[in-house]
Design a protein around this ligand. Sequence first.
Ligand code: IVH
Length: 667
Amino acid sequence: MTTKQEIPERIDQLRNQLNYHNHRYYVLSDPEISDYEFDTLMHELTRLEKEHPEYADPNSPTCRVGSDSNSGFAQVQHRYPMLSLSNTYSLEELQDFETRNKRLLNESFEYSCELKYDGVSISLTYENGRLVRAITRGDGVKGDDVTANVRTIRSIPLQLTGGDFPDLFEIRGEILIPHEGFQKMNAQRIENEEEPFANPRNAASGTLKMQNSSLVAKRPLDCFFYALMGDALPFNTQIENLLHASNWGFKITPYINRCSSLKEVYAFIQHWEKERSQLSFDIDGIVIKVNSLRQQELLGLTAKSPRWATSYKFKAEQALTRLLSIDFQVGRTGAITPVANLEPVQLAGTTVKRASLHNADQIALHDIRLNDWVYIEKGGEIIPKVVGVEKSKRISNPELFRYITHCPECKAELVRIEGEAKHYCPNELECPPQIKGKLIHFVSRKAMDIGLADATVNQLYDLGLLHTVADFFLLTYEQLIQLDRFGDKSAANLIASIQEAKKVPFRRVLFALGIRYVGETVAKTLARQFKSMDALMNAELNDLTQVHEIGDRIAESVCHFFADARNQKLIVSLRNAGLQFAESETTPQSQALANKSIVISGVFENYSRDEIKLLIEQHGGKNVSSISGATSYLVAGSGIGPSKLEKATKLGVPIINEEEFRKLIGS
Ligand code: IVH
């Protein structure tokens, strides 16, 4: 219970939380909490503000909808504001909606029940049958003009068919990525060593905000329409509107039901709550609209949402099953993840046998014990997770679950770094999954670029042919030809590729070593600064921290790495193998970027990121990894993270695209 003094504090806290989560959802396309959790917070705030009008504030998140606006797109005002829908999570709340409609209309009425597509809303304007504009919801009043991107979506008609469409109208729909395309796209991303998207909604929203529409065209976007807007539409009901829109060429799903009672509405909801896993795309609920447009007008709007519609939101699909045992996976960095082995159970269309338990704190928080009945959830993410325990099903009193203290792979004692949720195995150099991780990283594209599949690296390790990364240079044709699926050609190619790797520049060799916190950019900074492996190895902590962008954490990690005798031995072997241990000077081509520090982000059409970085240096500039007030430009490619764009905008750092960058260097 909230006491009287605590009310303003709680209101404040809820407003802050909601603003934060709005931003994560709409701007960053990377929500931290489920819609359900978000709505619960919003409901609490709405209730508190209603009960205590003295704390009203027009800037409260209850008074406005979140914004998905992004710099880089022109802002356009919506002719009709894009409102949101009120949410309900229970059939009782729907009864309130029905009661209000009855009271306000005082005549019979019908509903149109529709799927609530889980994607990104879009508003399209058509003039004389031609698509002229596509605007995102933005803050509901103004949105981003993403016409060029939307034109690439093949299921959106650019020219309408039939002839009975109004000269000017808007149509609203939801852009989404169906499951099949999403899976293919993520598989491709993993292959390209890009971060996979957590769920189709995030993928759709990230895609729509890309700056390069030719890349958007390659993504499997689709769009379903649900509302027609215009000043003089010739039809009488929502369903008629959609049927006509379908004739003009818009994609409308057939899953729309005209219901004349709440009972029929319930049946529709219950049907789809069960069957939604059979659909080829995500839905997150059902939308219930008063069907007659005249009655919609009578009911009118509130500031945020129409009174004539509401949504029933599904909770994330859950399943209840038995926890049989817990395994502990050791990641490439030594991070330990507890994984539940479950009695197989059906969840959202697939059979689930394993689910993540996150970390020791989560197990303790839910007090999870072996043989418990646990709830699992997919919640949009790829890997299911355990979200709770059904304690009433616990029969005996099982022992408290004790978290492991030693690495399941190498038996080293685990450590827990302050402030981090996970336990780590510190035995970097002898723990098998960590060694395999290092080997795989070493040959990866941005490191030594030796074309080797992860499975082959694992096989070579298991056969005892690889112990450290230096062993790649000792592999022979005779050894390789004996591997599964290796023929004369592939063995010869691999040997050639290993020889080729000896030319890889020092900066990438340094990155390939997999020193903790030494990513691509840090490796480059170190290579530029110290110029050779010897100089770097001789550097003291102090020498390292004096370098711009090298903090204590990185400096300590580098010193720690080179202080280990096993790593020193490794360096000797790599030197003997003939790798590049010194930076070759890159001759400057111009001073066009002198004194400029430049951040690049995203994917570029004409250059790899490495090429752009090289160009910056060759024109006298400096490539830096993070944006600050001192940054001269942010060169934005497609797929750039919204947080970068936002930071640049906030700090007033000019954002330029690839073309503008080319102009800067006179290319
Ligand atoms: S009607 C006045 N119908 O849900 C509101 N919306 O919070 C008109 N959505 O942003 C919305 N499926 O993008 C409507 N069948 C459907 C929908 C739908 C998904 C989205 C819409 C909006 C959000 C409402």
